[in-house]
Structure formats: structure tokens, C-alpha cells
Design a protein around this ligand. Structure first.
Ligand code: HEC
Ligand code: HEC
Length: 163
């Protein structure tokens, strides 16, 4: 075998290995996403799904959940306080399954999922008028467009924007 073909084989092997590695990373991210969307806890379901849907824990980073759980008595203009035991259990559940990585793991200081940079980037093609549509009302009303939101399904292929 001459040096050129040895080189070619070496290059191919290196490229294939890198591609496999990248693919693995992407798959890993996708799986981590869907797992975080479907994580569940009974106390959380009971206490955090009465006024709005129970927002999946991986939509906010751990520090944001910690601040949110510490201020339930002043929760976006309402009193959502609960007993200390439930709060501790829910807080631990949210933090253990919180957003990870560069996107959802970074704390931008807001308690609103809808104000995080990743949310705004993912939704930058939604026209301003859509958010004000009476069938949407607020960006926090995920199920208006993501029919499977309650099941943790935010797949972009299943999005239906109300007209
Ligand atoms: C008494 C009603 C009530 C309960 C109970 C409640 N919330 Fe809320 N929550 C609200 C209201 C009202 C808003 C603001 C909605 C809006 O502005 O569109 C809100 C907003 C949120 C948001 C921000 C959504 C966004 O991105 O704009 C998060 C996160 C949240 N709640 C988490 C929780 C968690 C976790 C619990 C359980 C510990 C909980 N909520 C229990 C009333 C409640
Ligand atoms: C007005 C309709 C609407 C509302 C309300 C809405 N979304 Fe979306 N969402 C979209 C659209 C449109 C996309 C982009 C689909 C695409 O890129 O093709 C999207 C994309 C996403 C994605 C990325 C999906 C993927 O496969 O990459 C996530 C995650 C997501 N939304 C979560 C949420 C959450 C959480 C809420 C509520 C706090 C919410 N959305 C509220 C319309 C909406």
C-alpha cells in the first residue's frame, strides 16, 4: 500500500469516528430533552398544575427554580404558597430535573420560561399578533400551540398555531 492510500484510510477512519461522536452527542441531547420534559412527581402534579399546566422541570435552570420556590407567596401576582414539606419535595424534584447544558442550564435571571433566551430564539418566528390571539392569550399557554405539552411533547413537527 502506498502512502497516499494509507493516508486516505487514516483520514476516513478519523472522519467516521468524529461523525459518530457528534451524532452520539446530538442523540444524547435529544434524549436528555425528552426525558426532562416527561419527568414527573405526584406532589408537583397536584400543586403546580391547578392554575396552569405543570411546566416541565428542564425548562428552567436550577437557580431559577430555587428562587421561584422561595417566593411562592408572591408568584407572578398571585399567592401560590404551599406547606413546607410539599415545597421541599417539589423544589428537589425541579432542581434534580432542571435544564442542563449551555442553553437551558444557564441562568438569565428570569423566573419566566417565556423570557429565557432559548425560548425567545425558538419562538422568534411567531408573529407578535399570534401571542395576542384570544386562543393563545399568553406565551405561557404552551398547550395553545403544542397540543402534547401536558405530556411533555414539544416536538416542532407537532406545532399548530391557532388562527
Ligand atoms: C394560584 C395559582 C398558581 C399556582 C398554584 C401555581 N402557579 Fe405558576 N403561575 C401562576 C400565574 C398567574 C402565572 C403567570 C401567568 C402569565 O403571566 O401568563 C404563573 C407563572 C408561572 C411560571 C412562568 C411561566 C412563564 O414562562 O411565563 C412558572 C415557571 C410557574 N408559574 C411555575 C409554577 C410552579 C413550579 C408551581 C407549583 C409550585 C406553580 N407555578 C403554581 C399561577 C399559579
Ligand atoms: C403561539 C404558539 C406557541 C406557544 C404558545 C408556545 N410555542 Fe413553543 N413553539 C412554537 C413554534 C411555532 C415553534 C417552532 C417550531 C419550528 O421551529 O418549526 C415552537 C418551538 C418550541 C420548542 C422547540 C421544539 C423543537 O423540536 O426544537 C420548544 C421546546 C417549545 N416550543 C416549548 C414551548 C413551551 C415550554 C411553551 C410554553 C411555556 C411554548 N413552547 C409555547 C409555538 C408556540
Amino acid at each position: 500500500m502506498n502512502n497516499t492510500s494509507k493516508r486516505w484510510i487514516f483520514d476516513s477512519v478519523v472522519w467516521s469516528a468524529s461523525l459518530l461522536f457528534l451524532f452520539g452527542l446530538l442523540l444524547d441531547n435529544a434524549l436528555a430533552d425528552s426525558k426532562g420534559f416527561t419527568a414527573s412527581n405526584n406532589t408537583w402534579k397536584a400543586e403546580c398544575a391547578s392554575c396552569h399546566m405543570a411546566y416541565p422541570p428542564n425548562l428552567l435552570p436550577a437557580p431559577a427554580w430555587r428562587r421561584l420556590m422561595a417566593g411562592l407567596d408572591k408568584h407572578f401576582g398571585t399567592d401560590a404558597s404551599i406547606d413546607a414539606r410539599s415545597a421541599a419535595e417539589i423544589g428537589a424534584f425541579l432542581e434534580n430535573n432542571s435544564g442542563q447544558g449551555k442553553r437551558r442550564g444557564s441562568d438569565s435571571g428570569t423566573l419566566r420560561i417565556t423570557e429565557t433566551p432559548w425560548f425567545q430564539r425558538k419562538h422568534d418566528e411567531v408573529p407578535a399578533s399570534t401571542w395576542k390571539n384570544p386562543r393563545v392569550q399568553t406565551a405561557a399557554n404552551c398547550s395553545a400551540c403544542h397540543a402534547g405539552a401536558e405530556r411533555g411533547d414539544f416536538d416542532e413537527h407537532a406545532v399548530r398555531i391557532p388562527r
